[in-house]
Design a binder for this molecule. Structure first.
Ligand SMILES: *Cc1c(COP(=O)(O)O)cnc(C)c1O
Length: 427
């Protein structure tokens, strides 16, 4: 028995506080087990997980098909580096490119690394293919974006907590408001050095902001007209979360929710992470077609762990679960049910202003000031009532359960949420 198994919640939290950097402010709950939509704390209390590690555990905690793939590969071959070939990477690259309908993939580990990779590919493409003069390429990004935590990525964030005292910042980014195609058009028409437009199909961290219906389609068309790469960061929205395989397929006229072959909005560069491994291992990827991906040459980019055999086999298993268990359809169906139920409650609520989202990526906006601790207090109460969620920015609570949830479980969760919210109502 490891000493960890005898820790109380208090002891575990104290250890993290004393020996770990304080770069997070976790909800006070210490977990030591997960299965499907549930997690357990060290005292044995069971909870619904309504965060899914920020949409990583879409396939449910410890999915046996994914865990078995990992176990098998861990006992066979774990890491070769890309100095040599391994027998898992090629089949994975074939699998994922066919799955999402792209010529090529570049495998990385974390979401931020994949975003960095996409930015590098876009800049190279700008110089080598589009012909922008050296060091002039600009990438358009959106206000209130979240793309990760590296120095370059926080350079174009406008979250002061994420940026403060981390300068000097990386140049070459132009920030425009989200969900504003006029702003995009203005920048495109007044600059001839634009390489790409980096966008989240739904802004998750910012508070699950769903753009207007034609936003992505119009933005993509504008990019195409100006020979600018449309780069979709689907690290959080991708892989069935929003009731479509990709959120960029959200308003596609095609009826197949799992289609990513010829959607109305097909990104030139697609960034995936999080649920690409079902939450068992850090796996991220950048997908693009040959004319773009071919700017990457040996030595120009890499990662010791990127494309390792465990990651490759885990990602195949994780993507296969999405199709085998029809999680895209489930997310779509349960998402409607969730918002319908909450909207019925909100009609007579003082404490909740609204619910918004797509599929099982949703959020409620609390009726209180941005800097109030009401959302945090609601999350503490939800925890006491057996459901784990976390405020995003200020007074917004994100709800993103694993997609393997059943209808009965979802209704159970809705009743926990409503029961909890009702104790905060002021009449
Ligand atoms: C989580 C996230 C990232 C960063 O992923 P990490 O694995 O934490 O580096 C990037 N983009 C979006 C949209 C995300 O949600």
């Amino acid at each position: 028995m490891s000493v960890l198994n005898t820790l109380t919640s208090k002891e575990a939290m104290d250890l993290e506080h004393n020996y770990g950097a304080h770069n997070y402010h976790p909800l006070p709950v210490v977990l030591n087990k997960g299965e499907g939509v549930y997690v357990w704390d060290v005292e044995g209390k069971k909870y619904y997980d309504f965060l899914s590690a920020y949409s990583s555990v879409n396939q449910g905690h410890c999915h046996p098909a994914i865990v078995n793939a990992m176990k098998h590969q861990a006992e066979t071959l774990t890491l070769t580096s890309r100095a040599f070939y391994n027998d898992q990477l090629g089949p994975y690259e074939q699998y994922i490119t066919h799955y999402f309908g792209f010529d090529k993939v570049l495998p990385m580990n974390t979401g931020a690394e994949a975003v960095e990779t996409a930015l590098k590919i876009t800049r190279r493409w700008a110089y080598q293919v589009k012909g922008i003069p050296e060091n002039n390429a600009k990438i358009i990004v959106c206000k209130n974006n979240f793309h990760g935590r590296t120095t370059t990525i926080i350079s174009f964030s406008n979250d002061s907590t994420a940026r403060e005292d981390f300068g000097p910042y990386t140049d070459g980014f132009i920030k425009i408001p989200y969900d504003d195609t006029t702003a995009l058009q203005n920048v495109l028409e007044t600059h001839n050095d634009i390489a790409g437009f980096l966008v989240e199909p739904i802004q998750g961290e910012a508070g699950v902001y769903v753009p207007s219906d034609n936003y992505l389609k119009t933005a993509k068309a504008l990019c195409e007209a100006h020979n600018v790469l449309f780069i979709a960061d689907e690290v959080q929205t991708g892989i069935a979360r929003t009731g479509r395989l990709l959120a960029t397929c959200g308003n596609c006229s095609c009826a197949n929710k799992d289609c990513s072959e010829t959607p109305d909005v097909k990104p030139d560069v697609l960034i995936l992470g999080k649920a690409l491994s079902g939450g068992v291992y850090p796996v991220s990827a950048v997908l693009a077609n040959n004319p773009i991906m071919e700017v990457i040459t040996p030595g120009s980019h890499g990662s010791t762990f990127g494309g390792n055999p465990i990651a490759a086999t885990v990602a195949i298993a994780a993507l296969q679960v999405i199709k085998d268990e029809q999680l895209t359809d489930n997310a779509e169906r349960l998402g409607h049910l969730f918002r319908d139920q909450l909207n019925a409650y909100i009609k007579n609520s003082n404490i909740v202003k609204l619910v918004r989202g797509k599929g099982l990526l949703n959020a409620i906006v609390i009726n209180d000031t941005e800097d109030s601790d009401t959302a945090w207090n609601i999350c503490l109460k939800l925890r006491d009532n057996g459901l784990l969620a976390k405020p995003t920015h200020g007074n917004i609570i994100r709800f993103a359960p694993p997609l393997v949830m059943t209808e009965d479980q979802l209704l159970d969760c809705v009743s926990i949420i409503i029961k909890t919210l009702s104790t905060f109502e002021t009449s």
